[in-house]
Design a protein around this ligand. Structure first.
Ligand code: 5AD
Ligand code: SF4
Length: 353
C-alpha cells in the first residue's frame, strides 16, 4: 500500500475508533465486535491516547483528582494452590515463606490508621492456617482498633459459609480475580485441580452475601488472545463488580510459565482504560504490576482511568518474600514516606491522595 493510502486508512480507522470510544463513554456497554476492534486498534498512538484521555476524564468526573488509598498487608505467602504463573505456588521450593502473626497484622494496620489510611486489604495465598475462627477474631480486633476502617480480604477461594462468617464479622469487600473468563485459557494457566466454575461461583457468592466484590485478570498470560480479553471484559460487564484489578503478566522463573515473555504494558493500560469506560464508578487500582514495570506505573494507571492505589504496608522484612513475580515493586519505606512518594508522583499531574 502506498504511504498516502496507508495514512488515509489509519486516519479513517482512528476516526472510527474515536467514535467508538465516545459511544462507549456514553453508554458504558459494548458488543464483542466493538471491543475486538478497539483492542486491536490500540497499537495506533492516536487511538491509544484518545482512549486513555477519555477514561481518565470519566474517572475524574466520578472521583475528581483525589485518588483512594488502601493499605495492603500481605499476611501469608503460603499457598495450597499451584497456579502455573505465580511464585507463591506450593511447588516453588525456592520461595522463602512467611506468615504474619495477628499482632503483626494489627500493628501494620495501627500504623496505617495513624498515617490516615481508612481501608486495609488483607491479602494472602490460600493458607490453611488462616481458619475462619482466626480471621473472625482478627477482623473483630481490627474493627475495635480501627473503628472507621473498611476491611477488604483477598484470600482466595473459600466455602460460602466461610465468606458469610467473615462478612458477618465485619469484612465488607473481597478481591478475587477471575483470572480468565475463558475456561480453556483458565485451564491452561491453572492445574486440573482448580476449577473455573468454582472461581466464578465464589465471585457470585461473595456478591450475593453483600460484599463489594473485586474481579480482574492479567494481561499477557501465555496463549491469551484479544478474544480472551474481550471475554474478560464482557464477563465483567455482566457481573458489574465493585472493584476491578488488572495487571500485566510478569514471568516468574520458578514457575511452569517462567520462560514466557512479559505481557504488554501498553495493552494493559488500554484494557484498564476500556474497563473504566465500561464501569464509570468501579474502584480500579493502578496495580503493583504497572509500578513494577515502569517507574511511572502508578501514574500511568491513573492516566488510564484508575482511581485507587494500594501501597504495601506489610512489615519491611516480609515484603521481598511475597514474590508472586520477580522485580515486584516493594519499597523499603515506612508508610509516611511511601505515601509522600506517591503523592509527589501524582502531583505532577495534579492528582492527590
Ligand atoms: N504476574 C503478574 N501477576 C501475577 N499474579 C500472580 N502471578 C502473577 C505474575 N506472574 C496476580 C494474579 C493473582 C494476583 C494475586 O496476582 O492475577 O490474582
Ligand atoms: Fe496461590 Fe494466588 Fe499465587 Fe495462585 S495466584 S498460587 S492462589 S497466591
Amino acid at each position: 500500500m502506498c504511504r498516502v493510502i496507508k495514512e488515509c486508512v489509519t486516519t479513517l480507522n482512528s476516526q472510527d475508533m474515536i467514535k467508538l470510544i465516545k459511544q462507549l463513554a456514553g453508554e458504558h456497554a459494548i458488543e464483542a465486535e466493538g471491543l475486538r476492534r478497539l483492542l486491536a486498534a490500540c497499537g495506533d498512538d492516536n487511538t491509544f491516547n484518545q482512549l486513555r484521555d477519555k477514561a481518565a476524564q470519566i474517572a475524574r468526573e466520578q472521583f475528581g483528582f483525589g485518588i483512594f488509598t488502601r493499605g495492603l498487608i500481605e499476611i501469608s505467602c503460603y499457598c495450597r494452590n499451584n497456579c502455573y504463573y505465580c511464585g507463591l505456588r506450593r511447588d516453588n521450593k525456592n520461595a522463602s515463606r512467611y506468615r504474619l502473626s495477628d499482632e503483626e497484622i494489627l500493628a501494620c494496620c495501627k500504623d496505617g490508621y495513624s498515617a490516615g489510611l481508612r481501608t486495609f486489604v488483607l491479602q494472602g495465598g490460600e493458607d490453611a492456617a488462616f481458619t475462619d475462627e482466626r480471621l473472625v477474631n482478627l477482623i473483630l480486633q481490627l474493627r475495635h482498633q480501627c473503628p472507621e476502617a473498611a476491611i477488604t480480604l483477598s484470600l482466595g477461594e473459600r466455602k460460602a459459609e466461610s465468606y458469610q462468617r467473615l462478612y458477618e464479622a465485619g469484612a465488607s469487600r473481597y478481591l478475587l480475580r477471575h483470572e480468565a473468563a475463558n475456561r480453556d485459557l483458565y485451564e491452561q494457566i491453572h492445574p486440573g485441580e482448580m476449577s473455573h466454575a468454582n472461581r466464578i461461583d465464589c465471585i457470585k457468592t461473595l456478591t450475593r452475601i453483600g460484599y463489594q466484590a473485586g474481579m480482574g485478570m492479567m494481561v499477557g498470560v501465555p496463549s491469551q488472545t484479544i478474544d480472551h480479553l474481550v471475554e474478560d471484559l464482557l464477563l465483567m460487564q455482566k457481573i458489574r463488580p465493585a472493584m476491578i484489578g488488572i495487571g500485566t503478566f510478569i514471568p516468574h522463573p520458578d514457575t511452569p510459565l517462567g520462560s514466557a515473555p512479559t505481557g504488554d504494558l501498553r495493552l494493559t493500560l488500554a484494557v484498564i482504560a476500556i474497563t473504566r469506560l465500561m464501569h464509570p464508578d468501579a474502584n480500579i487500582p493502578a496495580t503493583t504490576a504497572l509500578a513494577s514495570l515502569s517507574p511511572t506505573g502508578y501514574l500511568d494507571g491513573i492516566l488510564s482511568g484508575a482511581n485507587v492505589v494500594m501501597p504495601n504496608i506489610s512489615p519491611l522484612a516480609a515484603r521481598p518474600k511475597y514474590e508472586i513475580y520477580p522485580g515486584k515493586e516493594h519499597s523499603q519505606n515506612d508508610i509516611t514516606s511511601t505515601l509522600n512518594n506517591l503523592s509527589q508522583q501524582l502531583a505532577t499531574k495534579n492528582y492527590h491522595l
